[in-house]
Design a protein around this ligand. Structure first.
Ligand code: SF4
Ligand code: SF4
Length: 445
């Protein structure tokens, strides 16, 4: 029986029991778990959460509101997976636990139901609708309406959820990736590889310039790029928030956008998406129509820094202005994909760039998907801790490879008046290539 096809079957009870048994209660993950470090409470630790999940699977405990809240207090940062000597698959456990909380409806409330329905089921399943919402947001931002609202403190009139969100609103770019990147782009020099480029959903609205930079860096490294036009959300938001079946559907739709067999790699520049996209094989393993394609997909999926290092990327040569950069490791890159060395290699290759190591570089910044919206107090604590380390480095730029982290750090720097630019490593590399005249100069608006 496929436990994921019916709402009446428990996700936790049908989990391979050996996954739940992996935890040997050693506690080595505790010092690396941000929520445990904040509260010192066992139930807020990986070990405590796994014990709760196991009690439910063993039918010793019912799924309760407190269980659901605990699963949403967890950041899903996956620091515990890096720390764990037993190789506990916390990613899968955490996703199944949240899916269980949603299946049983223990957290149901009218406002929460509405927000989840409109975002996860309506907007983030329809790329054209998401694009339209982005255009409306841009009108709000560029017509001066946003300045008026902020100046006159009109946010007080908004419902509380929107009032808290407003200062975090990222700037929607003038052009989308569809306008900045052609369906197929060929390198000026001889082609070595053919790759598919994922443009993301939020990434496309807010950081289409980073997508353009990614395309430029790939072209400079002799890759032909195929970029499908209306790419759906990859489903990572859904997978991490208990909407397992929707995540499966979005995975199928995403795979359908690409002719996977003809590609050497499929490239993402968003760490949170990459960590999920690499697990399409597991997500669709029991779907006879997609299991094979999903396996091939996962084998070819690469983060941009991982791919560039793998193919022996070209080092930029032209001297450019000196810059000091520190690097914040996005959780889903360092813990979710174990990619730590490659982004640093890209940064260190840039002439004039001094890389200053960041204290607690792998500690979550509090973005964690939508955690900064659902758990604003904890997210703020984590952001404060992160910014203090950033300031200590005295760097001009903090580089990080996830859109959520970029938004979180930009918001924190703005509100604490910290003078620092937040950049994706690939943008810094693209700029260095432009100084080399390896790629043309473009403006993403
Ligand atoms: S995912 Fe992060 S917050 Fe959750 S248990 Fe693991 S280390 Fe703690
Ligand atoms: S480190 Fe791993 S095995 Fe040890 S308590 Fe944490 S999750 Fe369990």
């Amino acid at each position: 029986m496929d436990p994921l096809k019916t709402k009446n079957v428990s996700y936790l009870k049908n989990l391979d029991y050996s996954v739940l048994q992996q935890c040997m209660h050693c506690g080595m993950c505790l010092p690396d778990c941000p929520t445990y470090v904040l509260t010192g409470r066992e139930k807020n630790s990986p070990r405590g959460r796994i014990a709760l999940m196991r009690s439910i699977a063993d039918e010793e405990l019912d799924v309760t509101k407190a269980f659901g809240e605990e699963m949403y207090f967890c950041l899903g940062c996956l620091a515990c997976t890096t720390a764990c000597p037993a190789g506990v698959d916390y990613t899968h456990l955490f996703e199944m636990a949240r899916a269980e909380a949603e299946r049983t409806g223990v957290l149901r409330k009218p406002k929460r139901n509405f927000v989840r329905w409109i975002s996860l089921r309506v907007v983030f399943t329809r790329p054209r609708l998401l694009h339209l919402a982005g255009r409306l947001l841009r009108v709000y931002e560029v017509t001066g309406l946003q300045s008026v609202v902020r100046k006159w403190k009109l946010t007080r009139l908004l419902p509380s959820a929107l009032r808290e969100l407003e200062p975090m609103t990222p700037t929607v770019r003038r052009y989308s990736s569809r306008q900045l990147i052609a369906p197929v782009e060929r390198p000026a020099a001889e082609k070595r590889y053919r790759v598919g480029l994922l443009t993301g959903c939020v990434q496309d609205l807010v950081f289409s310039d980073i997508n353009r930079d990614t395309a430029d860096v790939l072209l400079a490294n002799n890759c032909e790029i195929v970029t499908p036009r209306w790419q759906p959300c990859c489903g990572s938001l859904h997978g991490h928030n208990g909407e397992w079946e929707l995540a499966r559907e979005l995975a199928r739709r995403t795979i359908d956008q690409f002719d996977v067999e003809t590609l050497d790699a499929i490239i993402t520049n968003a760490a949170g998406c990459g960590s999920h996209l690499k697990h399409y094989d597991r997500l669709l393993e029991d779907d006879p129509a997609y299991a094979g394609k999903a396996k091939q997909w996962s084998e070819k999926l690469r983060d941009i820094s991982e791919w560039l290092v793998e193919i022996g990327f070209r080092r930029p040569e032209a001297e450019s202005d000196p810059q000091t950069v520190t690097y914040h490791e996005a959780c889903h890159l360092c813990h979710g994909q174990q990619i730590r060395r490659q982004p640093r290699q890209l940064l260190k290759s840039i002439p004039g760039l001094e890389l200053r190591e960041l204290g607690e570089a792998t500690w979550c910044c509090g973005s964690a998907g939508v955690y900064n919206i659902t758990q604003p107090d904890t997210a703020r604590e984590l952001l404060k801790r992160k910014l203090a380390h950033v300031v200590e480095t005295g760097a001009d730029v903090v580089a990080t490879a996830n859109p959520g982290c970029i938004i979180q750090l930009q918001t924190g720097a703005r509100s604490d008046q910290v003078k620092i630019r937040v950049e994706h490593p690939v943008s810094l590399l693209a700029r260095a290539y432009r100084a080399d005249s390896l790629v043309s100069s473009r403006d993403g608006g």
